[in-house]
Design a binder for this molecule. Structure first.
Ligand code: GLC
Length: 562
């Protein structure tokens, strides 16, 4: 039987913003449990839950202070058990976010570690003396500034790839591994179905800790990125970022660690590991490291075009080791919302449908992001006091100091650069606070007012033409077609605004064809149309005029391809 995580559709729940059962303006586990009927009727199979652990929230939960508990504002371990059991009762799955690279600086391990040079946990983190009053080397934190923070208690510096509130664990210390594998067992014993592994590329560092001696820094890259006006210029910035961080990510030591974790996880049948990385090397030989690795290059583009999807699929599928299964996504809590990124302002509804059609007809496990099913968009907060993502605050400052922007301009840019924009509360109904929390309660992030214009679950449930209705229709269709949920991609092609891929499972062959353009395109091919993103009736065809942004699935006989 095909592994469940290959055929499943995943849905990322950002717990703080999903559903607020106790009415305090912050989402919680009970809220998620109450929405399981909704998620089941939507047609998803598995939830990836962003961190639900106790956290001082220096990085919205990705700074964990207790790995074996539930944040108080999200509920209790009992609430967690109820959620998990309720999911399992429905034949659904739960995958947790696991942050291995760093803990919170308030985690008891770090509190011990920083307390003295001789503390038994000193070596659980990365401590170095400074060099003549300066940090131990010239490395940066990816979130800005030096990667080293001096700690007054001992006068030494600790290393942090992310914020200073997120000290890196020292994975060269076997005790760290043992402690973290206990955390993994704790949740697997409770019955969770796997983990999304946060930022795994950053776990090891170049053991020489040598200065990079580059003549540019992260601020320079910020300026270059802001001035970049073409994808090529942005790629150049990305290449320079790679140079700057060469000693700090994707070190080869990762692979033996991932193999180790896989051995542990394989002791629990049917569990899955999904890496927050696009490095295909993390599949190992296809069976011995991670089960799934995100195909981020698919979504990291200004526009979804036929050429982009074709090129992406050609490269990606060819590079996979035998037995490895792809994993595709078009949005998450760190990136712009799909519609804001890829909509053209004219055909947004059609583009939303077609993007989902492409995602669900490519070979691989699709991962959706909560809210995209109702066409939620980025919401740009215009009051810096309402920013919650420290990256927004950082941009606010850099805009003014590096770019010379006025406060007003800086706020606008910071709202775009930060990640609050895609994390606003889920819009459940055309009611105050979009029905996320009671009227009069202030939600933790402002609600996008477009809930009053139909961007909400209740209105779209009642409307057969809504984006939500389309999500339900296509998810149900995919579930009925083994060639789509478990088939290989037998052939790929396209050009001139068309992208097609032939999916095959046993004798069953389905051709998924997308017109990724704003004009009609003729497509000569005979077969039986089973599905269209538009209102086209199913039936036999010899030639179709695909409407703007239309996708169709055609059942085909024999080996014929366009
Ligand atoms: C991952 C998370 C991101 C977080 C970072 C540090 O990239 O997705 O939200 O800020 O790791 O934990």
């Amino acid at each position: 039987m095909t592994d469940w995580w290959k055929t499943a559709v995943f849905y990322q729940v950002y717990p703080r913003s999903f559903a607020d059962a106790n009415g305090d303006g912050i989402g919680d586990l009970r809220g998620i449990t109450e929405k399981l009927d909704y998620l089941q009727s939507l047609g998803i199979d598995a939830i990836w839950l962003s961190p639900h652990y106790p956290s001082p929230m220096a990085d919205c939960g990705y700074d964990i202070s207790d790995y074996c508990a539930v944040a108080q504002e999200y509920g209790s371990l009992d609430d967690f058990r109820v959620l998990l059991n309720d999911l399992h009762r429905r034949g659904m799955y739960l995958v947790l976010d696991l942050v291995l690279n760093h803990t919170s600086d308030r985690h008891p391990w770090f509190l011990e570690s920083r307390s003295s040079k001789s503390n038994p946990k000193r070596d659980w983190y990365i401590w170095r003396p400074g060099k003549n009053g300066a940090p131990p080397n010239d490395w940066h934190s990816t979130f800005g500034g030096s990667a080293w923070q001096v700690d007054p208690q001992t006068g030494e510096y600790y290393y942090h790839f992310f914020f200073k509130e997120q000290p890196d664990l020292n994975w060269c210390n076997p005790e760290v591994k043992r402690a973290m594998w206990e955390v993994v067992r704790f949740w697997l014993d409770l019955g969770v179905d796997g983990f999304r592994l946060d930022a795994i590329g950053t776990i090891f560092e170049d053991p020489s800790w040598a200065d990079h001696h580059l003549d540019f820094n992260l601020d320079d890259l910020y300026i270059e990125n802001r001035k970049a006006s073409s994808p090529e210029e942005r790629q150049r910035v990305a290449r320079r970022w790679d140079l700057l961080f060469a000693g700090q990510h994707d070190l080869p030591e990762m692979h033996s660690l991932m193999r180790d974790l896989r051995v542990l996880v394989d002791q629990y049948p049917g569990r899955v590991l999904i890496g927050e990385t696009d490095e295909i090397a993390f599949y190992g030989n296809g069976r011995n490291e991670l089960h799934l690795v995100f195909n981020f290059p698919l979504m990291r583009t200004d526009r979804i075009t036929a050429d982009h999807v074709l090129e992406n699929q050609r490269q990606r599928l060819a590079a996979l080791p035998a037995g490895a299964w792809p994993c595709n996504t078009l949005g998450n809590h760190d990136s712009p919302r799909m519609l804001s990124q890829f909509g053209d302002g004219v055909h947004d509804r059609e583009i939303a449908r077609l993007n989902l059609f492409i995602l669900l007809t490519l070979q691989g496990t699709p991962v959706l992001y909560n809210g995209e099913e109702i066409g939620m968009r980025d919401f740009l907060i215009n009051d810096p006091a309402a920013f919650r993502d420290p990256l927004s605050l950082r941009s606010l400052q850099l805009e003014q100091t590096l770019m010379g922007s006025s406060l007003e301009q800086a706020v606008q840019i910071a709202a775009v650069q930060g990640r609050d924009k895609c994390r606003t509360p889920m819009q459940w109904a055309n009611q105050p606070n979009a029905g996320f929390c009671p009227p009069g309660v202030q939600p933790w992030l402002p609600v996008n007012p477009d809930y009053a214009e139909g961007v909400n679950v209740a209105d779209q449930t009642a409307d057969p033409e809504s984006i939500l209705a389309f999500y339900r229709r296509i998810l149900a269709f995919r579930r009925s077609q083994p060639a789509l949920f478990e088939g290989e991609t037998a052939r790929l092609g396209g050009g001139q605004d068309l992208f097609w891929n032939l999916r095959q499972s046993g004798e069953e062959r389905l051709l998924a064809v997308s017109n990724i353009s704003a004009h009609p395109v003729r497509f000569d091919y005979s077969g039986e149309i089973l599905f269209s993103t538009h209102s086209r009736k199913p039936g036999i065809c010899d030639s179709i005029e695909l409407l703007p942004y239309e996708g169709v699935v055609i059942q085909t006989k024999g080996d014929r391809v366009p």
